[in-house]
Design a protein around this ligand. Structure first.
Ligand code: PHE
Length: 354
């Protein structure tokens, strides 16, 4: 009996050793193969369960050794099969990635769009920055000096009238205005900087007007200012022509019409040739074919003096344009109010524009 028992246990131990070796060689290429190995080794009717079932037949004095080996086999089988499962799962994921068609269009990103006013402003700022104009800004709530007095608006000028200007009072009772044009920034720049000055000042302006398709109480302007020795009207005209060609295209044509502003002398308004072929052209240009774009002129020597610049040494030009008007023409927008309503169907159309 002892001989038989010894032989039996040796065989059982050998079996376990054999399976431990077999474990090391296990391979699986698919999840299914790995699962079949799990069933074979660790399943309810698997071979490890079978070995445990034989435990009762092992002689008492050998049970310890056999039990330890058997537990080792079970642990190693669990570990190995888990490794195989993890590996095939990883392989399947990466081969799924390799099957992906990278030329297919991607999922669209929920990106917003820039506002048409921003688009046009950025483009204009960019055009002038290419010829050395820097960017400047001033406050939207402005005092009388910067918005009017320094710019030669006489005391009784109608533009100061309550009808055109929104007035506000500061906490200490000073009467302030919402700036009616970006020309106020000209004054601030001239007061604070020494010539040569080349600057572009975009910003929001406010006028007390009834809101309609053609007028609004808030709109945007871009101011330009150039001060140096010997600046002439020819420089102004060439600068504006450069701008018109950059913005409207190489064959853009401009004309300057005499005009009046208190702070420039001489003053002009610039028109750009639009065309006069269709009914729409007639409507847009009021039957002239020309589109009015901006006001401009040579900075009045008195304005230079008001801002501390010696007008016997320096001269300069200034111009100011309305962004809404230019954007209307660029994008075919026919109602100013659209700019301020934030209707997503309107704004969405400018997606992708830079
Ligand atoms: N500030 C003027 C306006 O709002 C435009 C302008 C700017 C004219 C600079 C001449 C020089 O109409």
């Amino acid at each position: 009996m002892p001989i038989f028992a010894a032989t039996f246990t040796t065989t059982m131990l050998e079996k376990v050793e054999h399976y431990l070796e077999e474990l090391k060689e296990l391979r699986a290429n698919t999840a299914e193969e790995a699962e079949n190995l799990r069933i074979k080794f660790l399943g309810q009717k698997g071979l490890i369960k079978g070995l445990f079932a034989e435990f009762k037949n092992v002689p008492a004095e050998q049970r310890k050794e056999f039990g330890q080996k058997l537990n080792e086999l079970k642990n190693q089988a669990q570990e190995k099969i888990q490794q195989l499962k993890d590996r095939v799962a990883g392989d399947e994921a990466s081969s799924a990635a390799a099957d992906m068609d990278l030329t297919l269009p991607g999922n669209e990103f929920a990106l917003g769009a820039r506002h048409p006013i921003s688009l046009v402003r950025n483009e204009i700022v960019d055009i002038f920055s290419r010829i050395g104009f820097n960017l400047s800004e001033g406050p939207e709530v402005e005092d009388d000096w910067h918005n009017f007095s320094a710019l030669n608006f006489p005391e009784e000028h109608p533009a100061r009238d309550m009808q055109d200007t929104f007035f506000v009072s500061s906490l200490d009772g000073e009467e302030l205005a919402l700036r009616t044009h970006t020309s106020s920034v000209q004054v601030r720049v001239m007061e604070n900087e020494k010539p040569p000055i080349r600057t572009i000042s975009p910003g929001r302006v406010f006028r007390n007007e009834a809101i309609s398709a053609r007028a609004h109480c808030v709109f945007h302007q871009i101011e330009g200012l150039y001060i140096d020795k010997g600046v002439s009207f020819a420089d102004l005209k060439q600068t504006l022509l450069y701008f018109a060609r950059e913005f409207f295209g190489e064959d853009a044509r401009i004309r300057l019409r005499p005009s009046y502003f208190p702070f420039t002398e001489p003053s002009a308004e610039m028109d750009v040739w639009w065309g006069l072929e269709t009914e729409a052209d007639k409507r847009i240009t009021k039957g002239t074919g020309w589109l009015e774009i901006l006001g401009c002129g040579m900075v009045d020597p008195q304005v230079l003096e008001n801002c501390g610049i010696d007008s016997s040494v320096y001269s300069g030009f200034a111009f100011g344009m309305g962004i809404e008007r230019i954007a209307m023409n660029r994008y075919g927008i026919n109602d100013l109010r659209m700019y301020f309503e934030n209707d997503i169907r309107f704004l969405r159309q400018f997606k992708g524009a830079l």
